[in-house]
Design a binder for this molecule. Structure first.
Ligand SMILES: *Cc1c(COP(=O)(O)O)cnc(C)c1O
Length: 638
């Protein structure tokens, strides 16, 4: 065997292979023993904790797999990163205004998340954005700092408006953002009735739009925001109502996950122009709210690919400040308070989904025969010939031929001219050819593009104890790519390629898109998984949108959840533990009464006793199992 093939696999090779340093943003890494870690920044330096240690601790507390892990420190770290980046840009440009962030509650409404964000965010006057009445109620109760903005978007009925007005009187920093002109009469009426002056903002419909999944949140096709003519009407209506002095903010939201910084610059430029002209119209203004859209680099490629972003947080902040300052300075206006509504970037890192594997379906050929029978089908003989002639020199040709002949054999099988056993033999030759090509490919300095997809031609299916629909809905709905890695054995070279199936038995319940530096890869390198091994995968960057968008497909419920806080000395505390849904819970959500079901089943068991199909003892046992399951976890229990 050539020397380079014997090279010892190092943990850094795993880090490279899975791109951990690229998408991990400094928060995730591999330690010397080949275990994935979460790395938490402190003033005195960073502290790394093994994910597997958290998994073990959680299991010991009775919360097994699948498990959603929240790391509180990473919420704090991201809030700090965003605010410090803006402060740095403000210092560097000599900007005279301040920055205030708000967290849009819809991105992760869970109480533990909002509680931590408002607790830690208080020192930065970091506020909340509410898009509905329910979110407003949450925000009013959770905000600890009345200087923090409370931005109200969405449809606002009388109750919503009255709550916001009363809160303004209490001293909250509430802004009503007008999304359509129709909202205005009610706001004016309630203002006059209560005598409380609201802070008003207006959502703009920009010509600018961004690339990526959510491109239509901006531009002419966007659903929300006022067109330019409507904006002029708004000013006139407010003037007439003697309320133009309430108009203090412009807002837009281009859509989530903006991959290209150029789009960010275009949008802020256009908005700043609206800002200065509204000030000219006589509105006091003072705030410019640039919405969400700050990206997360899911594949770590730092490009303008949909799953990535071609800018850093520092660059994002610097660009916003610079553009606003330039345009506002031209008019000699005061520098406004800059607000952003970053959701995804704030919470994505804080949550990791962990699940164990149940089984592996391997693509494993039988031993190949030394010689095929004389009368074997011609296409089978052809594929054998490819196998025998394979060498470093004709890899490309063999790859194409193998694909071609396998297809031909499958076609002949359909016609009845190739038998079951012949087809099986052809598939075995095919897998063996792909394996040998794969081994040869690793020796090449430069891999021809046509061979890049080779690893995806032969793969295992690993069955994981989780539901894509419950825990990773975007992976199913919009082909979102999330980084996935095994959390142990990273000091060993993975020798197999796999896709991951969940336990919903739905053909869409799978992960078969993984981050890659160019494009997306369809299979994931994994280790040889032993039959009884607790091989655990982590799915990273899942803190934004996934929890509440998840649903009860196949009646798999919420997973167990633990929150941990890492301490400066390397220890960690379980700050919150929430058992996942029981089967009783989930069936209640689709309107069954668990007690009623038990009663119905008990009657059926009684009938079985009468019919002498069950003994009384057997009846008792099956009813006990039924009851135990009703109280138990919806996922696979070991
Ligand atoms: C969803 C939403 C956001 C959050 O966007 P991110 O890309 O997650 O930061 C911000 N503002 C509004 C109005 C939204 O609807």
């Amino acid at each position: 065997m050539p020397k380079e093939m014997l090279k010892q696999w190092k943990t850094t090779d795993s880090a490279d292979l899975y791109g951990i340093k690229e998408w991990g943003a400094g928060y995730f890494d591999v330690n010397h023993d080949g275990e994935a870690t979460v790395t938490v920044p402190f003033r005195s330096g960073t502290v790394a904790v093994r994910l597997n240690e958290i998994v073990q601790g959680s299991r010991a507390r009775g919360l097994g797999m699948p498990l959603l892990l929240r790391i509180e420190n990473l919420l704090d770290a991201q809030i700090a990163r965003l605010n410090e980046s803006f402060r740095k840009a403000i210092r560097e440009y000599g900007y005279k205004g301040t920055y205030q962030g708000v967290f849009p509650i819809k991105v992760n409404q869970q109480q533990q998340i909002i509680q931590e964000l408002t607790r830690f965010g208080a020192k930065y006057d970091h506020g909340l954005e509410a898009g509905s009445k329910a979110e407003l109620l949450v925000a009013l109760a959770m905000l600890n700092n009345t200087k923090s903005p409370l931005i109200c978007n969405g449809y606002k009925d009388r109750e919503f408006i009255d709550l916001g007005l009363q809160a303004t009187r209490m001293g909250y920093n509430v802004f009503f953002v007008i999304e359509m002109l129709g909202e205005l009469p009610l706001i004016i009426e309630r203002t006059q009735a209560t005598g409380i002056r609201p802070n008003l903002g207006v959502r703009l419909k920009l010509a600018a739009r961004a690339g990526g999944h959510w491109s239509e949140s901006g531009g002419d096709f966007s659903l929300f925001g006022l067109r330019t003519t409507q904006l002029v009407d708004l000013v006139d209506i407010l003037k007439n109502a003697e309320m133009l002095d309430c108009l203090k903010l412009v807002h837009y939201h281009l859509g989530s996950q903006i991959p290209n910084i150029r789009d960010v610059r275009h949008a802020v430029h256009e908005t700043a122009r609206f800002y200065v002209d509204l000030a000219d119209e006589g509105a006091p203004m003072g705030h410019i709210d640039l919405g969400g859209g700050l990206g997360v680099d899911y594949d770590g490629s730092r490009t303008n690919f949909v799953h990535s972003m071609n800018y850093t947080t520092d660059e994002y902040c610097a660009d916003l400040i610079e553009v606003i300052m330039t345009i506002v300075d031209e008019r000699g206006l005061e520098h406004p308070t800059v607000i952003t509504e970053s959701g995804r970037a704030t919470v994505a890192y804080s949550t990791v989904l962990l699940f164990d594997t149940l089984e592996v379906s391997r693509s494993e050929p039988h031993p190949l025969p030394d010689k095929l029978p004389e009368d074997a089908h011609e296409m089978l003989l052809n594929i054998e010939e490819v196998y025998r002639s394979l060498s470093l020199k004709n890899m490309q040709e063999c790859y194409n031929d193998a694909l071609y002949y396998r297809e031909a054999v499958r076609d002949h099988f359909k016609l009845g001219t190739v038998s079951l056993r012949e087809r099986a033999l052809a598939e075995d030759f095919f897998v063996e050819i792909m394996r040998r090509l794969s081994a040869l490919k690793n020796k090449l300095k430069r891999v021809p593009t046509a061979l890049e997809t080779l690893d995806d031609a032969v793969f295992d299916v690993v069955y994981g104890n989780f539901s894509v629909f419950q825990s990773l809905p975007d992976a199913w709905a919009i082909d979102q790519v999330f980084p996935v890695i095994p959390i142990t054995r990273l000091n060993e070279q993975p020798t197999r390629n796999a896709i991951i199936a969940d336990i919903t038995c739905d053909s869409d319940g799978k992960i078969d898109r993984f981050p890659d530096f160019h494009d997306v890869r369809r299979t994931l390198p994994v280790h040889e998984i032993e039959p009884n091994e607790q091989y655990v995968f982590g799915v990273f960057l899942v803190g934004a949108y996934q929890e509440t968008l998840g649903d009860l497909h196949n009646l798999f419920g919420d997973t167990n959840i633990v929150s941990v806080r890492v301490n400066e000395d390397g220890s960690f505390d379980f700050t919150n533990e929430m058992p996942g849904d029981s089967i009783g819970n989930v069936i209640s959500m689709v309107n069954y009464d668990p007690k009623g079901l038990l009663r119905m089943f008990r009657e059926k068991a009684e009938q079985a006793v009468r019919d002498r199909k069950l003994t009384v003892d057997e009846r008792r046992r099956i009813l006990e199992t039924y009851e135990l399951s009703l109280r138990g976890y919806t996922y696979y229990k070991r």
